[in-house]
Design a protein around this ligand. Structure first.
Ligand SMILES: [Ca+2]
Ligand SMILES: [Ca+2]
Length: 363
């Protein structure tokens, strides 16, 4: 985190010559106070990073969306840091609403399977704490998001499974150094109450050359396995043996309840091009489609970007621009298609805790 902040602040300093342009482009709302303590400081950026790492669940997610674009992402934290560095010189006008103090703990349990054999390995639980300003303001050390993203390679994964008739199971995306996110129904084999047996994971470099990664573990929510028709918990992860740092092209973020109609994109490896079904997985091409959010529920949201079988587990993301640099922020995991709208698991603090703040990752 320190390294990230240092780099970011250094880049902010170089941007101060274009302050006027930055400010007008920002849409920064000075009334937003992420941690609810009445002042805008670096602690508010920390609060955003901690929530994005699944450490806390804020009472009011919209307080973290400081540029009012219905998405909470690294970009909001950057705006806070620009404000703190004097690039954005507005002062907080309201100190009334504390975005704080919920004693609740949200706990979810997960089962782990050997990704090569499908056999059960172990179980664990993860808890997210209600946001508390006295905690969030403490320190900027020990968070997730302590490395810079690499945008040269693609972070979209093709999940190969010869045990399955089609030879592959779907799409995933890199979220951490050894972690690939996907949908639970891509990895869960209900017939044996375990995971499918995965051969390898393919990622693609900047020249579209496939690179193989070795699957090690599959982590699946117990709530999904107890009711596989419930889309709310249709998310999972696969760990791989090799380091994925060069493929971390996505940030993770959260849409707010007001996100209907914002533009999103999906990317993945559909099993057909809409006319022809691919029989050979090696011919799958990465396909990007665009659409928008239609409506938002607590744990899922609905969108209009075209998807086909094989897109399952792929990222639903949006692109944000700060000072000429583009950031791809995943806000959902594609889980199901339908004729009028597609369904995506919504990234919430509980899901972010699992993907980005998970202390049970083995590889
Ligand atoms: Ca604050
Ligand atoms: Ca935002």
């Amino acid at each position: 985190m320190k390294k990230f902040l240092t780099g970011l602040l250094a880049s902010i300093v170089t941007l101060t010559t274009a302050v006027a342009g930055v400010t007008s482009a920002v849409g920064y709302n000075p009334n937003k106070d992420p941690n609810g303590d009445g002042v805008i400081t670096v602690a508010d950026a920390t609060c955003i990073y901690q929530c994005l790492g699944g450490k806390y669940k804020p009472l009011d997610l919209t307080q973290l969306d400081v540029d009012d674009n219905a998405v909470v992402s690294d970009v909001d934290a950057m705006y806070i840091l620009m404000h703190d560095a004097g690039v954005l010189s507005t002062s907080l006008t309201e100190t009334d609403s504390m975005n704080a103090v919920s004693a609740s703990q949200i706990t979810r349990s997960y089962s782990v399977y050997n990704a090569k054999t499908g056999a059960y390995k172990r179980e664990y639980s993860l808890s997210v704490t209600g946001s508390d300003s006295t905690v969030s303001t403490n320190s900027i050390i020990g968070d997730s998001y302590d490395y810079e993203k690499n945008y040269e390679n693609r972070g979209t994964a093709k999940i190969i499974c010869s045990e399955h008739g089609a030879g592959y199971r779907g799409t995933g995306f890199v979220v951490d150094k050894h972690t690939i996110a996907t949908a639970a129904h891509v990895v869960y084999n209900g017939n044996r109450h375990g995971s499918w047996k995965f051969d390898n994971i393919l990622l693609f470099d900047a020249d579209e050359n496939p690179v193989s990664f070795t699957p090690v573990e599959c982590h699946i929510p117990n709530l999904y396995m107890s009711n596989t028709s419930n889309k709310d918990y249709d998310y999972a992860l696969i760990t791989v043996k090799e380091d994925l740092s060069k493929y971390m092209s996505f940030n993770l973020g959260m849409i707010t309840d007001e996100a209907a109609r914002i533009s999103i994109q999906t990317v993945g490896f559909p099993g057909s091009n809409g006319e022809t079904t691919y029989n050979d997985y090696s011919t799958h091409k990465e396909m990007l489609t665009e659409g928008s959010v239609i409506s938002v529920d607590d744990k899922v949201f609905y969108h209009s970007a075209d998807t086909l079988g094989g897109n399952s587990g792929g990222p639903v993301f949006l692109t944000e621009e700060v000072n000429g640099k583009m950031y791809n922020t995943v806000v959902g995991i594609h889980v199901a298609g339908a004729s009028t709208q597609n369904i995506s698991v919504r990234l919430t603090p509980e899901v972010l805790k699992f993907l980005a703040g998970n202390t049970n990752i083995q590889y």
